[in-house]
Design a protein around this ligand. Structure first.
Ligand code: UFG
Length: 333
């Protein structure tokens, strides 16, 4: 198939492009490289043995990429491009609307012009907001608690409206829980700019000695060991889910949302111990106060994704830590 991948040089995008190329698809990456390294497409080609076409463009500026898209004639689009830092979104909500919502609308208009009706959208479990019950299934109330989450939900709503107006549209909103890990080759992975916001890249940097110690944000949550519990999912499992979702968009029109998680939760301490085992390093930590906005437990019910796509996560915490550690060691050598 001919598939355009926006944000295809980013963390989840690059892993997905790798699998698409390996499966024999023709891929056009549209990426601004605002939050991705220039050499990612070459690294991907090094793994897959084939190249994707690459077009540098910002999704908010369709005049720069409409010809490239029209020339490529994609049968489907996988849309990852966007901003994704919760703190930054709280400081600059308008920018999150402009890029995540405005950029998506611009992209969808270009898709409509060329009659491309198959879409897989990179959404987030953050659209659920504070869980009223766990595990969280797709019928859980949608009440995002920050502008980043709201921007993701707004794009889902845009897609739902587009689907009502365009009966040919086949779109899947994939709601990711906590993506971690890296490609087992250690050639691609997560490359946060500056101090990582997220637990796994932070822990990896502490294990390597780049940072002194982990701050554990609260040990008084209502969880078995008092630290926050999350549904961490290996990025290769996520990437595989995008291929399954693309298949599903070929089965007929409609718009639906699917959770991508393992259904298994781990606490901050469990994550820490697993990473110590994978890296054979001690990871110093201090307990600090809770991070504003954090919840005790977030956990997916991934049943619907299994029913609809025949997909389920197969990699465990040991795989996640091993692959994240191999990537981290390779980066700063
Ligand atoms: N944590 C620490 N120390 C750190 C970083 C995180 O103790 O330095 C803890 C958090 O308190 C939480 C857990 O580790 O209990 C996981 O935190 P992450 O920041 O890795 O992940 P979150 O669940 O907070 O955030 C994720 C995504 C966001 C998304 C959010 C809500 O990264 O993009 O889920 O769905 F918005």
């Amino acid at each position: 198939m001919r598939i355009t991948v926006t944000g295809g040089a980013g963390f989840i995008g690059s892993h997905t492009v790798t699998l698409l190329l390996e499966a024999g698809h023709e891929v056009l990456i549209l990426d601004s490289f605002a939050n991705a390294a220039e050499d990612v497409p070459d690294r991907v080609a090094g793994i897959a043995g084939r190249h994707a076409e690459v077009f540098r463009a910002d999704i908010t500026d369709p005049a720069t990429y409409n010809s490239a898209l029209a020339d490529f004639r994609p049968e489907a689009v996988v849309h990852f491009a966007g901003l994704k830092a919760v703190g930054e979104a709280m400081e600059n909500p308008l920018e999150y609307i402009r890029v995540n919502v405005g950029g998506s609308v611009a992209l969808f208009q270009e898709m409509a012009k060329i009659g491309c009706n198959r879409l897989v959208f990179s959404s987030s479990a953050t659209v659920y907001g504070d869980p009223v019950a766990v595990p969280i299934d797709e019928d859980h109330p949608l009440r995002p608690t920050n502008p980043y989450g709201r921007s993701k939900r707004m794009v889902e709503e845009v897609i739902e409206d587009w689907g009502r107006a365009n009966p040919a549209l086949s779109a899947i909103n994939l709601r990711y829980f906590n993506p971690v890990g890296a490609h087992p080759s250690a050639r691609i992975g997560e490359a946060p700019d500056g101090v990582p916001n997220n637990l796994m890249p932070f822990v990896a940097q502490v294990a390597q000695g780049v940072r002194e110690r982990l701050s554990v944000f609260g040990d008084d949550y209502d969880t078995p060991d008092g630290t926050g519990v999350r549904d961490y999912i290996h990025v290769m499992d996520l990437a595989e889910a995008h291929l399954a979702a693309l298949d599903l968009t070929g089965a007929g029109p409609g718009v639906e949302a699917l959770n991508l998680g393992t259904g298994q939760g781990y606490s901050v301490f469990e994550m820490l111990r697993a990473f110590e085992a994978a890296s054979d390093r001690e990871i110093p930590f201090v307990i600090t106060s809770r991070r504003p906005g954090d919840v005790a437990t977030s956990l997916a019910d991934p049943t619907r994704a299994a029913d609809r796509m025949g997909w389920r996560a197969t990699r465990d915490l040991e795989d996640m830590c091993r692959d994240a550690w191999a990537w981290q060691r390779g980066r700063n050598r």
